[in-house]
Design a protein around this ligand. Sequence first.
Ligand SMILES: [Mg+2]
Length: 323
Amino acid sequence: MDRVSLSEFELIARYLSRPAAAERGDVVVGNGDDCAVLAPSPGHQLAISVDTSVVDVHFPHDAPPAAIGHRSLAVALSDLAAMGARARWCCMALTLPAANAEWLAAFAEGFRALAARSGCELIGGDVTRGPLTIGVTVHGELPAGQALRRSGARKGDLIAVTGYPGRAVAGLARWQRGERESGHPLLEAYLRPEPRLAAGEALRGLASSAIDISDGLLSDLRHVLMASGLGARIDIDALPLATPLRASLDLDEVREQVLNGGDDYELLVTLAASDLAEAQRRLAPLHLPLTPIGRIIEGEGIEGVPPRHLGRSGWDHFPEIAS
Ligand SMILES: [Mg+2]
């Protein structure tokens, strides 16, 4: 693998890492040495996750570079949100087919803007030549012992979801049809998903389990059910349906998008029914609805969903291995 040593990359690395690491006391040594050296907050635990975004697998090659930068960080931050962690630091492994200063500047701006808004400092990076691939490792902090885990669901808990899943897959379909309307809510949902970091933190101590919806609502719910050793009953009529979805498709297609779409990065949580009102109150300042869509029940599997929506089990990168 070629090492890339073009000055653009160094410029971009510097550009990405604004504001200077020295401004933050938790970054003892930042970008530019062999390793970053960090000072975690006393009494906290680290939450760490990595995500890889590959061109034409995770995003279309003609997506706006700023959206690719935003998205590659957003999907990683979403995992911190799902644990209830506060974002602190990130590293990027960037593989590029060629140096294009204009593309890089836009990509860096998309990444940097979300990083700055999330309090997530870029503390290291690596650039190589090859097919466009962005690997992002995120580090977050949690008060010791307070991580929201997939395994915590209890029999009788409500199942609730933030926001309006299903918009991203509808946006991707529009993009693939050649629609480029700037600012369209469905295109935005796909291109610039918003990691629910503040919601994850707000639900700490209240949610019994949590996961982010990356593969699809049903698919990710199954992960919670497997980890918790329980089943679920979904109220199909309770699914939150985004207005632009209802406007464009029949109800069955909308439900399919909500249940199996993926890529929205909303949070799916379980919690005691008596805690729902408090959870909704905590999310109100974020203008983020939290909609109960079912219950955790004894047993296994998912009840209440018509079989036509159960056929898919979510995104599988290696179907030839599974079959
Ligand atoms: Mg996740």
